[in-house]
Structures are given as C-alpha cells and as structure tokens.
Design a protein around this ligand. Structure first.
Ligand SMILES: [Zn+2]
Length: 375
C-alpha cells in the first residue's frame, strides 16, 4: 500500500522508479551474459582455426571445418548455420582484437550493440596500435552515448587513425591487381559452394567415367582411381567426384582380368526425384529453407557404403548442406515416415520431420441439388 499522504503522482513515480531500477539491473545481467556468449562463440572460432594449425589446409578446407562447427552450434540453438557461422566469426574478431570492449560489456558499461559497432568500424584498422587507440577512445564515448552516436564518433576516429585516405587506399589496391596462374596445388580443392557459379570441381556436371575401387570410395584405401581409363586421379579427388556426381553406373569387374561382369544403376529415377522433392519441400538439414527444386538428391546412407537408391534413403539437400554431409562427420539416417535423424560430429542428435502439407477437406454441401444430373 502506498503512503496515505502520497498523491497519485507520487505513487506512479514510485512504480516508475522501480521499473527503471529493475531495467538497469536486467540490462546489466544481459550485458554480462552477452559478453559470455561472445567468449564462448570465440572459443568455437579458436577450435576451427586451431584445427588447421596442426595440418596446413586450404582456405576451402578451413571453411568446411568452420561450417561443421557452425552447424553444430546452430542446430543446438535453433539458429540457421549460416547465422551461427557469421556470429562465430564476428565473436572471434571481437574477442581477439577488442578485448577491452568485451570487458566493458561484461561490466555493463556498454551494450552488445555498442560492442558490435566498435568491432565493425574498427576492424579495417590493420595496425594493432591504431586499433588499441581506436578502442580506447570509442569506449569512453560508448559508455555515455547511444549506439547511433557512438557509431558516428567511431567513424570519425577511424578516419583520423587511418593515415591514408580512401582514395589512396583504392589506388594502392588498383596498383596491386594481378592475374597469375598458380600450379603448386596439384589437385583441385573443395569448392566454395556458396559461389555462383561454383568453381573448380563444383562446376563439373558432365557424365565422366571414373573407375574408383570400392575401398578408395569408402576411404579405406588411398590407391586412387582412373579417369576414363587414361589418367590416374588421387583418392581425395576421386571421392569428391564420387560424392558430387549426379549419377553413377556401378561396374563389377573380375579382380584378376578386369573384365566387366555386371552393371547396375545408382541414379534415382525421375519419378523418385519428383516424389522426394514433393515430400521434402525444402532442404532437409535442420533449419534450412532452401526450396527443394534448388536442392540435390542425397543418399542419406551413402551409396558407396551400401545405401540403396530407394525413397526411404533419398532426401533433398541444398548444395551447402550436401557438401557438409559429404565432407565432414555429419550423418543422416532416414526413418520410416521420412523423418531424418541427423548426428553431429559431437554425437548430438536432431530429428527433422518431413514437412506436413495442408489437407483440404471438402465442405459438406448445405443445399444438396434435389434433382442431380443422371451421371
Ligand atoms: Zn540446406
């Protein structure tokens, strides 16, 4: 009960004062949690980066490692894995390059949006000293200004600390333009599948004859394969082509003479493709909405390891998630009814049920025709 002498205004003021105090406390708790979320996402980023330290990898392979981790995080949090990947990358940059900002967020001196402005505007500063100076000055401002005010101030500071004008930097980049041929890779790398059109192996969609020993296809042997009987290809490239090819004829050959003993077909029929597309509606990776017409048909249990070309082993996957499943330890197993159980590299399981279609039941006719036509 309010004090008997208090006017209605004073009672309202007391409520509002309590509201403001509570909001300040809530925001402080959220800021500390957001700092902790940035730190955890940055740990995931460090794991993705660390894996490539032990074994030198191409940019594409590092991208695949990060994607697999992003999918792990995304599925657990119901974020799209692209969103997870972006947040992991951004958190990695924030924690590594702007540590004082994360501390200020933890202490609720700034909000997460202030922190993002500092990272976004400060990231192009390449000199560590410039970055530190930028962070120090912008943090002081962020502690007392709105996000918009902080952004304008940060842009001015970044301009001041970048000694060369944007025109000079542009001219430098123009001078540095080069076209070169680099042949020290030896074999094509995994494609950046988000590119349009995809480059390298991703662009190969012709019917190419490659003889791949089964033990090479399943990864049990590194013996390589023969391209159309004339050129050998290494085992990794053979497996990549095998996973990406739209169709395969399986040849059973005599192990001694090499004579073809039998042929069967791996490719789903057009009717199967139609059925799977209509059933799935979109890519079947958890959370992905890429329309089925833009997806590839995946064998949930790979054909190379005995997975049959049957409706209950086929599903639509977009290019990104098809590559994820092929290149990383993510696995998919289809159950009766079309549900797919995904198992992540950490062994976490998620079930993706097939899309339910809306059923249209006819309305009962309120005025039945008393004299229906005679047919
Ligand atoms: Zn997808």
């Amino acid at each position: 009960m309010s004090h008997p002498a208090a006017s209605p205004h004073e009672a309202d003021d007391a409520v509002l004062d309590d509201v403001v105090t509570s909001l300040v406390q809530i925001e402080a708790a959220i800021s500390a949690l957001e700092a902790e979320r940035f730190r955890q996402l940055a740990r995931a980023h460090a794991v993705a980066a660390g894996r490539s330290v032990h074994r030198p990898r191409s940019v594409q392979e590092r991208e695949i490692a990060l994607r697999s981790i992003a999918a792990e995080v995304g599925v657990a949090l119901r974020w799209h894995d692209r969103t997870a990947q972006r947040r992991i990358t951004e958190a990695g940059a924030l924690v590594e390059d702007f540590p004082a900002t994360v501390t200020a967020l933890d202490e609720a001196k700034i909000t997460a949006r202030h922190a993002e402005v500092i990272r976004e505007v400060g990231e192009p500063l390449l000199e560590p000293e410039s970055r530190q100076e930028f962070e120090r000055r912008v943090l002081t401002r962020a502690e007392r200004d709105t996000v918009a005010g902080t952004r304008a101030f940060a842009q001015a500071v970044a301009q001041e600390l970048e000694p060369r004008s944007i025109t000079e930097r542009h001219d430098d980049e123009v001078d540095r333009r080069r076209v070169w041929v680099d042949d020290d890779i030896g074999r094509p790398a995994i494609d950046p599948t988000h590119a349009h059109p995809p480059g390298g192996l991703g662009a190969i969609r012709a019917e190419v004859s490659v003889v791949i020993p089964v033990l090479t296809a399943v990864g049990a042997s590194e013996r390589g394969a023969m391209l159309d009987g004339c050129a050998p290809v290494d085992a990794d490239t053979a497996r990549h082509l095998f996973a990406e090819a739209p169709g395969w004829e399986r040849l059973l050959t005599d192990p001694v003479t090499g004579v073809v003993l039998g042929v069967d077909r791996y490719r789903p029929t057009p009717a199967m493709r139609r059925f799977v597309r209509l059933r799935d509606v979109h890519c079947r990776f958890p959370g992905c909405r890429q329309p089925a017409r833009r997806c590839e048909i995946d064998h949930n249990l790979a054909h190379a390891t005995g997975g049959p070309t049957t409706l209950c082993n086929l599903a639509c996957l977009c290019k990104r998630h098809h590559v994820l499943k092929t290149e990383t330890p993510w696995t998919a197993a289809q159950q009766s009814g079309g549900s797919i159980v995904w198992t992540s590299p950490l062994g976490r399981r998620t079930t993706d049920p097939p899309e339910r279609r809306v059923a249209f039941a006819p309305d009962p006719d309120p005025h039945p025709d008393p004299d229906p036509p005679p047919f």
